[in-house]
Design a binder for this molecule. Structure first.
Ligand code: NAD
Length: 387
């Protein structure tokens, strides 16, 4: 079948298998071009939770092709039923495994709900059977909902906390600027968002892996967060998702206290187009303004550049942290010379100048690329097997 993009709001409901595979290969080539890590302490057996798209996929590629690590991935993706394509993450994951195997690396993946006890057990069984012990766990879940082990279902919200908030946003379907009005989350919604995107499940994973005896003597685990500038505070850092991230930070402290053999770290990553960030109001406009400035200054990075730099240059060096102990992968995004221009453009952006001061094309390029479309070298007129 010839697969074409079908974009609905902030999601594309089709994915191109060949394009997704090419996207993964390009990311692998990037990591290889930067060279392998020089440290003898580099992890060699890595579990990546949320391994199929965005930052998790890029992390897996960075550790496999930068450390030469064996990897086990966990994801929540849909296979094709023969009529509809699979999700992009499914094709990405398959391509990753193929390339890892070709390079002589162990790579297996488990497709299911990472929040569940069953998937944790399946992962532990797989580690015991194939890997022995693991020495790194990347926790990169971005999920809209979670069922806790007692069967309660929680749905996260992207709302403010306290006051309602109105600010500019980019309407993705026609690239126009309008006002987004964001209501305040109530206590139940804030608690639910913390349940889904906070650190409780991260701690559960560490407990389960520790109890099963599958952790090495020195283990690093990392989870990701975002802080960003004042413009996005109400919807992100100070919003409902920000409360969940504060819980994630506390969870890192809990893990560090409770498990002497685990070093839990938080990396604050750059704002980038991913399936999750496209859903947040206001953030896509900020991203287009940011991309424009960072590209002009030669500072722009995508997920793979960010994760290559995190795993090769920063994570193994305990001194590369800020006063809170966070690894700042948003260091270039938050530079004063970048943020001053972004803030100025935020104030002046309107429908007449948006195409000049915002990188709308760059946003859409990243968006289509995530689903395997508009990737150089792929023949999109060709029939492809979508299974
Ligand atoms: P993403 O949507 O691209 O990836 C989410 C991953 O989680 C996918 O592999 C998906 O299959 C998996 N997943 C979701 N629900 C699951 C479940 N129930 N069970 C198993 N797997 C599941 O998201 P992303 O943007 O890469 O986000 C990853 C992390 O990075 C999040 O913590 C996010 O807050 C953080 N982060 C993102 C940005 C950004 O701009 N995108 C910036 C900083 C930090």
């Amino acid at each position: 079948m010839v697969v074409e993009p079908r974009v609905k709001d902030f999601i594309c409901t089709t994915a191109h298998p060949v394009g997704c595979a090419q996207n993964v290969k390009n990311q692998i080539e990037y990591v290889k071009s930067k060279g392998a890590v020089k440290s003898d302490n580099a992890p060699k057996k890595v579990l990546v939770i949320g391994a199929s798209t965005g930052y998790g996929l890029a992390s897996r590629i960075a550790v496999a092709f930068g450390y030469g690590a064996d990897t086990l991935g966990v994801m929540f993706e849909k296979e094709s039923n023969g009529r509809r394509t699979a999700t992009a993450g499914f094709y990405n994951n398959r391509a990753f495994e193929e390339e890892a195997h070709k390079a002589g690396l162990y790579a297996k993946s488990i497709n299911g709900d990472a929040f569940s006890v069953e998937i944790k057990e399946q992962v532990i069984e797989t580690i015991k059977a194939d890997m022995g012990k693991i020495d790194m766990i990347v926790y990169s879940l971005a999920a809209p909902r979670r069922t806790t082990p007692d069967g309660t279902k929680y749905t996260s919200v992207l709302k403010t906390v306290g006051e309602e908030y109105t600010n500019k946003t980019l309407v993705l379907k026609d690239n126009t600027i309008t006002d987004a009005h964001i209501t305040a989350a109530n206590d139940d919604e804030i608690n639910a968002t913390i349940k889904v995107m906070g650190g409780e499940d991260w701690i559960d994973w560490m407990q389960a892996l520790s109890d099963a005896g599958v952790l090495a003597d020195n283990v690093i685990t990392v989870a990701y967060s975002y802080i960003g500038p004042k413009i996005t505070f109400p919807i992100y850092a100070e919003g409902s998702i920000g409360q969940a991230k504060k819980d994630l930070y506390k969870s890192a402290d809990i893990i560090n206290e409770k498990f002497p053999n685990i070093k839990a770290k938080i990396a604050i990553n750059k704002a980038l187009v991913t399936q999750s960030s496209a859903a947040i109001p206001i953030v896509p406009l900020y991203i287009t303004l940011l991309y424009k400035v960072m590209k002009e200054k030669g500072l722009h990075e995508g997920c793979i550049e960010q994760m290559q730099r995190l795993f090769m240059d920063k994570i193994l060096d305990d001194t590369q942290v800020d006063d809170n102990g966070f690894i700042r992968m948003d260091d270039w995004e938050m530079r004063d010379d970048v943020q001053e221009v972004v803030a100025e453009h935020w104030d002046t952006v309107n429908n007449d100048n948006v195409k000049d001061i915002a990188d709308i094309d760059g946003y859409w390029e990243d968006f289509y690329n995530m689903f395997g479309f508009k990737i150089d070298g792929v023949d999109y007129s060709a029939d492809v097997d979508i299974m």
